[in-house]
Ligand binder design. Sequence first.
Ligand code: SF4
Length: 215
Amino acid sequence: MVLTVGISRIHFPVTTLGPGRRLGIWFQGCSLRCEGCISVDTWATAKTLIPIEQLMMKLSSYLPLIDGITISGGEPFDQFEALLAIVVQLRERTKVDILVYTGYGVEDITDQLQQIKPYIDVLISDPFQRQSSQTLRLRGSDNQRLHCFTSQAVEKFAYYQQAVTTEDKVLDVMFDAEGVVWFAGIPRRDDFVKLQTLLKQQGHQIKVTADKTKY
Ligand code: SF4
């Protein structure tokens, strides 16, 4: 049987989800549905599934250009078999660091973690919690933990174990081929509310995508 995966987006370069110019891979579908999640467009199960081999052909074209890879979502661990196959193949083809986000606590995915650990460098775990403070780099709420599994990760991500400052760039803004504006990164609390208010004040109409599968 052909192994497939639901993907929301692939983008390069992403500069706000780890060090350097990174390849961003967003899985489509999330069963966790944290209150206050800013990625509701990635919640729905993917309408189209792509064979892993097809995805790998697309990803491979970026590999000579990238400093690292960030896999987010959606919830990558909800499609664990596909996630594992992807990181195994990426690890064979590149030495750059691989960071994976999950909304699960590491205690809830011990079996999967054992299988995936040899192939990734960093895991950021735990669900977004709106009631938690937000002071740490790469994290939407301070309950989220950054785990380094390799010496490369310890060195490259030491900076990201620290508190975010006003000097940090936290969002990449992109325009896709259809003119849709989208963001990558970890916005500060209420950034999007402020942005919407500002745009409305200037006479713009805001339409937010939700549950839209895109690849
Ligand atoms: S796990 Fe991530 S994508 Fe899923 S609801 Fe929570 S914050 Fe949103």
